[in-house]
Design a protein. Structure first.
Length: 226
């Protein structure tokens, strides 16, 4: 998706120029905003394929911009730029609706890789059967096949696996599953998500002290590594 239109929201003029040039070199159409309020207005009024959103911005910070976009029904993927070592900022951004984050300082190569992954996840056509680790998930038959055996999947388990499969390598907060699978913005406890992940690991054969595929990102959520 090299013709993707990307909104870069960054108040550091030199960094914004570097990002814009790098994205343009890759064939993307990059537009730059340096103010949170103007970025919110632009992303609400114009369709973008991705928003790269800095956390610290004039008028509105990145977390508030993201939160208001989601409240307005804008589902454009958001890649947030956060400061290294500020776990609470990353958690706040993901809970506000961001899809992924990159910590500063970062390499341009890393950022471009995240951009490609995010765009692939957004544009990838749905598949009826997906290979996940040592198992095969059939989204039509609602079953998981592994080692010659067939295991039934609940609607909730199937929904969670679809979110994982569409977002490989992306850190997914628990709130993301509650929103997309349960259809709720809030839930009495995120422990529900944790229990479902444990059951999915068992069915996928992804058990042990260090799961290979459904990995825990402490303080944030989970990441699917194919």
């Amino acid at each position: 998706m090299t013709d993707a239109k990307i909104l870069v929201v960054e108040d550091d003029e030199s960094l914004a120029l570097v990002l814009s040039d790098a994205l343009g070199h890759e064939g993307y159409r990059a537009l730059v905003e340096r103010d949170g309020q103007r970025a919110l207005e632009r992303a609400t009024a114009t369709r973008f394929d991705l928003v790269i959103l800095d956390l610290m911005l004039p008028t509105l910070d990145g977390t508030e911009v993201c939160r208001r976009l989601r409240r307005a029904g804008v589902r454009t993927p958001v890649l947030m730029l956060t400061a290294r070592g500020r776990e609470e900022d990353r958690v706040r951004g993901l809970d506000a609706g961001a899809d992924d984050y990159v910590t500063k300082p970062f390499s341009v190569r890393e950022l471009l890789a995240r951009v490609r992954a995010r765009l692939r996840a957004t544009t990838a056509p749905p598949s009826d059967v997906v290979r996940m680790g040592d198992a095969e998930v059939d989204f039509v038959a609602h079953v998981l096949r592994r080692g010659g055996a067939e295991v039934a999947l609940t609607k909730t388990e199937l929904g969670m696996l679809r979110v994982f499969a569409r977002n490989p390598g992306v850190v997914l907060p628990r709130a993301r599953f509650l929103d997309e699978v349960w259809g709720l913005r809030s839930f009495p406890t995120t422990r529900t998500v944790d229990m479902h992940v444990l059951r999915l690991r068992e069915k996928l054969g992804d058990v042990g002290d260090e799961p290979r595929h459904l990995r825990t990102v402490h303080g944030v959520g989970y990441r699917y590594d194919p």
